[in-house]
Design a protein around this ligand. Structure first.
Ligand code: SAH
Length: 353
């Protein structure tokens, strides 16, 4: 059996070629594209302006990838929603919807698991399972928009996985997400967060995209950074920051720096000072995230007093910093925890039966 063509990951141009090769009219490809990416159709049967014959043919030759909502939790405090999605091959991934004054924002996963090994992160504990396809990244946004019944205006690629470790699928995802015949989400409202893969950042500078890049910095020196992030052994901080400068020069988009505060590791004023020196004059924004402790590691959140002192130091020295509010406090733990408890339950089930 030949494998069906997975059309949700195809660009409009590819779909047009695909239709023409099969003797179908080009504009039918446009209609199909719109059904998939703008009207968010779940099945070929929904595509009512296509003939029955064409729909039948599409069903035979193509697959329309859709994620299944395996679990959902809604916060009573701020409306944050956590979704657990099942992929066609049985893997599960997590996505989060956050409601802000400026719009609805979805945080998506880019891989099943992750191989970057950041010490404080729950998503990397079991390593990388596989990359997500462009359609699997898109459908996290599509399912959530449909389920919520409201427009999604912002997307952050900050869930499980390292997006630049799944480079081609990421770029394709961004183009499909922002396409005028799809959801048409402005690239300026898309943020890609990376642990700092230098060749990936350099390549992304050349794509002609205008997404915001967020760098997970977490320490102002290689020495401390290496204790938190294995990737720091591969790329020196000065090279990472040079790549970030290139990104700004080429795209005109200012970067965001993420800094998770870990008690006794990176949260004292010596670090605040070093961070200030590192970022001075870049007009950068620093997002400070009190680390979310995970059971498998003994990292502890910095004290409130130290967090306030850290931000104050940055502000007094001309660096913009905000402490990221924890959203959906009542629906459970750190990023990746919904998936983790699901997997543990499944494992437990396996062991007891
Ligand atoms: N791989 C990408 C994106 C995923 S993680 C990256 O490294 O940027 C998104 C952000 O959450 C990163 O800054 C990551 O370092 C941070 N993060 C992960 N686990 C965390 C935890 N337990 N507490 C605080 N921040 C965490």
């Amino acid at each position: 059996m030949t494998e069906k063509t997975e059309i949700k990951s195809m660009t409009l141009e590819e779909l047009e070629r695909f239709f023409e090769e099969r003797g179908e009219k080009r504009f039918r490809a446009g209609q199909t594209y719109q059904w998939i990416h703008e009207k968010l159709a779940d099945s070929f049967d929904d595509m009512t302006n296509l003939s029955r014959e064409l729909r039948q043919k599409l069903k035979e030759d193509c697959s329309l990838l859709t994620l299944y909502i395996a679990d959902k939790k809604i916060s009573k405090i701020d409306g944050t929603r956590k979704y657990l999605f099942r992929l066609p091959d049985g893997h599960v991934i997590e996505s989060v919807l956050m409601k802000y004054r400026h719009g609805n924002s979805v945080c998506i996963s880019s891989q099943v698991g992750c191989r970057m090994g950041c010490r404080f992160c729950a998503s990397t504990l079991d390593g990388l399972e596989r990359n997500l396809r462009p359609s699997e990244m898109l459908d996290q946004v599509y399912r959530i928009q449909k389920d919520l019944g409201e427009r999604i205006s912002h997307v952050v690629v900050m869930g499980a996985g390292e997006p630049l470790d799944n480079y081609d699928n990421l770029v394709r995802f961004i183009r499909l997400l922002s396409h005028e015949r799809g959801l048409s989400i402005s690239q300026r409202n898309v943020t890609v967060s990376t642990c700092g893969i230098v060749p990936g950042i350099e390549k992304l500078s050349e794509e002609g995209l205008s997404v915001t890049l967020a760098l997970s910095l977490h320490a102002p020196s290689d020495e401390v950074r290496k204790t938190l992030m294995p990737v720091a052994n591969r790329y020196a901080l000065k090279d990472v920051l040079r790549a970030c400068d290139t990104y700004f020069q080429k795209t005109g988009r200012r970067l965001t720096f993420e800094y998770s505060l870990v008690k006794g590791v990176n949260d004292n004023l010596t670090e605040a000072k070093a961070l200030t020196n590192l970022l001075k004059g870049k007009g950068a924004h620093v997002n400070l995230i009190p680390v979310n402790p995970i059971r498998e590691r003994d990292y502890v959140q910095s004290d409130d007093r130290d967090i306030r002192a850290f931000v104050r130091y940055l502000e007094e020295h001309g660096i913009n910093g905000t402490v990221r509010r924890e959203m959906g406090r009542d629906i459970g733990g750190a990023c990746g925890q919904l998936r983790k408890s699901f997997m543990e339950e499944r494992e437990g089930w396996k062991h007891t039966h």
